[in-house]
Design a protein around this ligand. Structure first.
Ligand code: KG4
Ligand code: ZN
Length: 346
């Protein structure tokens, strides 16, 4: 069974082939054009996807050592994402599926992130058999869910303002770092002191303003942004330059601290012993380390994708299509595009 996955929801043009549950190829072309603008420009993203999609898909098929005719299923992101960008990948997938006479499976991008901790490069999925807590942290989403073994999920917390990736990117921009600043802060933080300055951690045990923080799994990062801005405005440029790595490490510590505290608290409250962390921010080395330590302390099994599957990639799109098809949970050729995801609520 060969499944071609296509991902074009933001600024990565990606195609992958999953062959009998194993990733046979995963081509990712990151659009560098947005760097000049300090963020993703939607129209430019759509045009770049259009320019790259044919060669990226060809490379994925070639690297998997198959022909297009060997594909059994085409899977593509149908949202959420930049709608023009999603349309490029989905329409291409639609055309290819029609030309090959193969079914098209629409995939929810965030759902694909949720299950990316289970991507296998060896034959066979390590499909989740038990309930798990999922933390999805990307540039646009920060979300805690309880996922059951029928792949159904219930959102128990989400950001009320900025996403975790956005907090990295925006505070990094204040520090003069290029977009996306998350990986740069990660690099700088390795050289810095995370206890240098205590930035606020909203809705946690540190904030104490919220009496019910223990049962509150929502996130808020806009206060951190303001706090970093005030901190930078209140210190001399030379001092900031000297302590650049310490400030980066302190920002990372604040974001990571919130993510770890809430995820572990959710697992304890729901008496669930497996946690999965996914999305671009799950590539963060500080988050990986702190989450591993906290999970170990609480006897929780942790699933985190390899860094290449943390950020946007098509392997996760094909993998989720495979998981759902194998469990009869998806109807091919039945889809609509959506800029926003609809999620299940308790
Ligand atoms: O999942 P993703 O690739 O795209 C979205 O769906 O948003 O996530 C991108 C986000 C960006 O905000 C980027 O700064 C952040 O993930 N990111 C990181 C790291 N690598 C990517 N944040 C912190 N540390 C990293 N190593
Ligand atoms: Zn994503």
């Amino acid at each position: 069974m060969n499944i071609l996955g296509i991902e074009t929801s933001c600024d990565e043009t990606s195609a992958a082939v999953v062959q009998n549950g194993r990733v046979a190829s995963n081509i990712i072309s990151s659009q560098l054009i947005h760097k000049t603008y300090g963020g993703v420009v939607p129209e430019l993203a759509s045009r770049e996807h259009e320019r790259l999609i044919v060669s990226v898909v060809d490379s994925a098929v070639n690297e998997a050592n198959i022909q297009k005719n060997d594909l059994d299923v085409i899977a593509a992101t149908a949202g959420p994402g930049l709608i023009g960008a999603v349309m490029v990948g989905l329409c291409f997938a639609q055309g290819l599926a029609y030309a090959l006479g193969k079914p098209l499976v629409p995939v929810n991008h965030i759902e694909a992130h949720i299950f990316s901790g289970f991507i296998q490069e060896d034959p066979g999925h390590q499909a989740p058999e038990k309930n798990f807590i999922s933390l999805t942290v990307s540039g646009g989403h920060t979300m805690l869910c309880v996922v059951d073994n029928n792949l159904r999920y219930r959102v128990i917390g989400r950001t009320i303002d900025d996403a975790a990736g956005e907090a990295f990117d925006k505070t990094g921009k204040m520090l003069g770092l290029d977009y996306p600043a998350g990986p740069v802060i990660d690099r700088l933080a390795r050289e810095g002191d995370p206890t240098f300055h205590e930035f606020p951690r909203a809705l946690t045990s540190q904030s104490r303003t919220s009496k019910s923080y223990r049962d509150n799994f929502d996130f808020s990062f806009s206060g951190l942004k303001t706090s970093v801005l005030n901190y930078l405005n209140n210190h001399e440029p030379a001092y900031i330059e000297k302590h650049r790595t310490d400030i980066a490490a302190s920002i990372q510590e604040a974001i990571v601290g919130v993510l770890v505290e809430k995820t572990v608290a959710a697992a304890v409250k729901h008496d669930i012993r497996s946690v999965s962390v996914a999305g671009g921010v799950s590539a963060n080395s500080g988050l990986r380390k702190k989450m591993e330590e906290a999970c170990q302390r609480h006897g929780i099994r942790l699933f985190i994708p390899k860094a290449v599957y943390s950020t946007d990639n098509a392997a996760m799109i094909a993998t989720l299509a495979d998981l759902k098809l194998s469990r009869g949970l998806v109807t091919p050729n039945n889809y609509d595009v959506a800029p926003f995801a609809s999620f299940a609520y308790c």
